[in-house]
Ligand binder design. Structure first.
Ligand code: SF4
Ligand code: SF4
Length: 267
């Protein structure tokens, strides 16, 4: 079984995978796997970009997302006349002939990775570049998005040959068993700048302890008074900041978002 392993923490957001997919499939008809991808409105590969935190403590994360080539694919279940099928290598393919008019497939994908081609009346999505994998004469024998990434963020191959230790899938709660795995998916952070209001000086070397009673993370403010506690799971935390002979305790939640706490007076 083949699949993808995407190292999200190495992605620099250049969109070369997304552009490569467009270049491979726009203006090119790769039957029997796919009709042409329209130039606009469809992104079979999409780099999902997310701004995290609040100014001035902000990070941007990038997550390349193709069709997840699910083992329990809802699109296969929703298709009539076997219009969506899984190949022996695990790739999930929409048959461009049988799927004509089957608009329900767009809504069947919980990842939003099936697009409707109004002109052709056809649902379309990532093919895993099956046309490249199957063509022994092709100079490229991997998906085009894999080949196009200049920093080798995306791996493709036999799942039992990829290093999947510690890898995650997107939305495991969907129960779809994706064949697209990720490493380095962003967790939450808590960050801030510590200062003493009496003299309006930042506090260097303050100890920051973030705990939920079971897990504890620590950091020390740097020469700008900044601390960043990264890789936090979602949850409710007690943040204790100790420095300049003072202590401050804050209750901070990372359930919904990363937390840039801004300037924190230590008094
Ligand atoms: Fe089907 Fe969507 Fe899963 Fe791809 S991600 S196999 S389109 S359900
Ligand atoms: Fe696009 Fe091919 Fe990558 Fe799928 S495998 S996202 S079709 S370039």
């Amino acid at each position: 079984m083949k699949g993808f392993l995407i190292h999200a923490d190495k992605c620099v957001g250049c969109h070369a995978c997304q552009i490569g997919c467009k270049d491979e499939h726009c203006g090119n008809c790769w039957m029997p796997y796919a009709q042409e991808q329209p130039e606009s409105g469809q992104f079979w590969m999409k780099v999902d970009q997310k701004e995290r935190g609040q100014r001035p403590q902000v990070k941007v994360s990038y997550i390349p997302t193709p069709c997840q080539h699910c083992e329990n694919a809802p699109c296969i279940a929703a298709a009539k006349d076997d219009a969506v099928y899984r190949r022996d290598d695990g790739l999930v393919i929409i048959d461009p002939v049988k799927a004509k008019g089957q608009r329900q497939l767009v809504d069947a994908c919980p990842y939003g990775k099936i697009f409707w081609n109004e002109e052709l009346e056809l649902p379309q999505k990532c093919t895993g570049c099956a046309h490249l994998l199957d063509d022994e004469d092709s100079p490229i024998r991997v998906p085009r998005c894999v080949d196009n990434c200049p920093v080798h963020v995306i791996e493709f191959g036999e799942l039992d040959e990829l290093d999947l230790e510690g890898a995650e899938v997107l939305h495991p709660e969907y129960g779809t068993k994706p064949h697209v795995y990720y490493k380095g998916l962003p967790k939450k952070f808590i960050a801030g700048t510590v200062f003493t209001p009496a003299d309006e000086e930042i506090v260097e070397g303050a100890q920051v302890v973030v705990t939920n009673g079971e897990q504890t993370y620590t950091d020390t403010t740097n020469s700008w008074g900044d601390f960043w506690v990264d890789d936090l799971p979602d949850g409710d935390w007690t943040v204790t900041i100790t420095g300049a002979g003072k202590e401050k305790v804050l209750n901070v939640s990372t359930v919904d978002e990363d937390r840039g706490l801004g300037d924190i007076p230590l008094e």
